[in-house]
Design a binder for this molecule. Structure first.
Ligand SMILES: Nc1ccn([C@@H]2O[C@H](COP(=O)(O)OP(=O)(O)OP(=O)(O)O)[C@@H](O)[C@H]2O)c(=O)n1
Ligand SMILES: C[C@](O)(CO)[C@H](O)COP(=O)(O)O
Length: 261
């Protein structure tokens, strides 16, 4: 088993290398519908972002959390998070985000303390990821994988289509293939990385202007290996209104059975 013990000073007093979680939370949440930025919307009466920060801090491997706030909202987010203090072993930083998820993650990476060698990138929009999933991602990175992705097999058959851009919504789209479902995985976060690998991916791929939808995709473009570990069905992303209903139900069950706050 790899070392996922808490980060702290070692007996000689030299700071140990540390694991940080960057939480991009600067999106609007257009698909969720009108309202406050998605990360600040309530889930069980508590902002979704607070659940996501707690989910990262619940892993004893994580000692630094960097929240990437909406570009004009870093002070507001800092003040909000100060109302939900974390344990003393977790440092919290808040920085302003950018226009795209990729840019927001890069700003989070720029804020990392020097001693950090492993970085998790976790969507604020996945507030209910269990600590075991976080731990298994960190363990795989500390075990030597430069990029680790939690993922689940697909429940639906997937079709590749020729998209009808500019046409009427709902216009039939020709199917051009059916990928073999057993070879596919639906990817979640936190994705875990050796820091140097992720920084290089962000420098290189971002410069090429490629709009990768996840961080591991950028590492793939570098040609570095990426591995998948089992994800968790409760690590789903709150994207559309129905997801919020599901998240409320999961949270209510946890509060009733696990004493979850
Ligand atoms: N400029 C952006 C865009 C997205 N994100 C973050 O990236 C995560 C995953 O993105 P997604 O669920 O797509 O969030 P939104 O971009 O907010 O959603 P939408 O596309 O519906 O607007 C979210 O935690 C979101 O806050 C970010 O930090 N900066
Ligand atoms: C990173 C991610 O959550 C992995 O599934 C996903 O790619 C984010 O995509 P989105 O389009 O920003 O929701």
């Amino acid at each position: 088993m790899s070392d996922v013990s808490p980060d702290s000073a070692n007996p000689s007093g030299t700071p140990r290398l540390r694991t940080a979680a960057v939480i991009p939370a600067a999106g609007r949440g257009v698909r969720l519908g009108p309202g406050a930025p998605k990360a600040l919307r309530a889930l069980g009466g508590t902002p979704m972002l607070v659940h996501a920060v707690r989910a990262m801090a619940a892993s004893r491997a994580v000692s630094v959390v960097v929240v990437v706030a909406p570009p004009d909202g870093a002070t507001e987010v800092r003040n909000l998070l100060d109302q939900y203090p974390l344990s003393e072993r977790t440092d919290l930083l808040v920085v302003p985000g950018g226009a795209t998820r990729q840019e927001s993650v890069r700003r989070g990476l720029d804020a990392l303390p020097e001693a950090v060698d492993v970085v998790l990138v976790h969507d604020a929009a996945r507030p209910l990821v269990p600590a075991e999933t976080v731990d298994s991602v960190v363990a795989a990175v500390r075990g030597g994988a430069p990029a680790v992705v939690p993922a689940l097999p697909l429940a639906d058959t997937v079709k590749q289509v020729e998209p009808r851009t500019g046409g009427q919504a709902g216009e039939p789209e020709p199917v051009v293939g059916t990928p073999e479902r057993a070879l596919l995985r639906a990817v979640q976060t936190p994705q875990g990385f050796d820091r140097a690998t992720l920084v290089k991916a962000h420098e290189t791929v971002a410069l090429q202007g490629d709009g990768a939808t996840d961080d591991a995709g950028m590492v793939e473009q570098l040609g570095a290996p990426v591995v998948v570990v089992p994800g968790h069905e409760e690590a789903f992303k709150v994207t559309r209104p129905l997801d919020l209903i599901l998240a409320e139900a999961v949270l209510a069950r946890r509060r009733a059975t696990d004493g979850y706050v």
